[in-house]
Design a protein around this ligand. Structure first.
Ligand code: ASP
Length: 303
């Protein structure tokens, strides 16, 4: 396994579609991760600490701040973790869980790597995670904003045909189609001082979307990847990101010796400018973030 190369490093993001005004939440989460790194020395513990702080923040599209689905009631969340000690866990379409990233971490201790839907929710109850589904005024306001803002002819998501939502609608409530997009993910990548790497991500998904929709966040190699050369996390519309296996593709370039900043920029350049995408990464010698939007993020290095 990797030998110690560098001081520990943390990069945290709050989503490619999020507001830079909320960057203080990323700074706090990065501090939380560094503090955790001091205590346990474990890159994965630090990444999970950062992401659960962002899930609890309420301003980001993850955990307590997750977007409401188009029925205005359901929240479906995805999360993932991976590290260079072989731990890999993810959950998709889970409901009523306060910290999906902790659930993804728990999946890594089961015989499986990914649990979805009702099974994932039941797993949360089986390991003692209480039901938690408060909907904040902020979430309701965001939902109202999407629903009112978007009754027009603007494409709902760049590159996606909004009429298909109409055709395949699978909610119990009737379609009241918005024409806009709410997206975002939170993520953290960490390099431990022992040379290990970890990544953790969490999202409330995107809107508009069909019930049961899963993006890139819980999909290995698309939304997240960690290996002996580093760790990468992506944010942006999952339907686009998965087509490029974005996290693994960028990881591969870093592993081939491309400077980290160039690898991140090359990853972003795979997408048309109207498709908001963001990336964060740590490597043996570097750490950074890159986005074609005003993505809030924070980078911190251990002293
Ligand atoms: N990647 C997330 C998804 O598609 C959303 C985002 O990061 O903006 O679910």
């Amino acid at each position: 396994m990797s030998k110690p190369q560098q001081a520990g490093a943390v990069v945290v993001h709050g989503g490619a579609g999020a507001s830079r005004e909320n960057e203080d939440g990323c700074v706090l989460a990065a501090r939380r991760a560094l503090a955790q790194l001091e205590v346990s020395g474990e890159a994965l513990d630090a990444a999970v600490a950062a992401v659960s702080a962002l899930e609890d923040d309420g301003r980001f599209n993850a955990g307590s701040g997750s977007v409401l689905c188009l029925d205005g009631a359901t929240v479906e969340m995805d999360a993932s973790i991976m590290d260079t000690r072989g731990r890999l866990g993810a959950i998709a379409c889970v409901q009523s869980v306060k910290n999906p990233v902790l659930l993804a971490r728990a999946v890594a201790d089961t015989p499986h790597w990914l649990l979805a839907g009702d099974g994932a929710t039941r797993f949360a109850r089986a390991i003692g995670m209480p039901e938690s589904a408060p909907v904040s005024e902020r979430q309701r306001a965001d939902h109202r904003k999407i629903m009112t803002q978007l009754a027009g002819s603007v494409p709902a998501m760049p590159g996606l045909n909004i009429r298909l939502f109409d055709r395949f609608w699978n909610y119990n409530t009737p379609l009241n189609l918005p024409e806009g997009v709410a997206c975002d993910t939170v993520g953290a990548v960490v390099r431990g001082a022992d040379g290990h790497f970890a990544v953790a991500c969490s999202t409330g998904g995107s809107a508009p979307s069909l019930l049961g929709r899963v993006g890139d966040t819980p999909i290995i190699g698309s939304g997240f990847y960690a290996g002996p050369e580093g760790a990468v996390a992506a944010t942006g519309i999952g339907e686009h990101i998965v087509r490029h296996l974005l996290a693994r593709t960028v990881y591969g370039w870093i592993g081939d010796g491309m400077p980290l900043d160039r690898a991140l920029q090359r990853g972003i350049d795979l997408f048309a400018p109207e498709i908001k995408v963001g990336l964060i990464a740590v490597s043996r010698h570097d750490a950074g973030a890159c986005s074609n939007s005003d993505m809030p993020y924070s980078k911190m290095v251990q002293r």
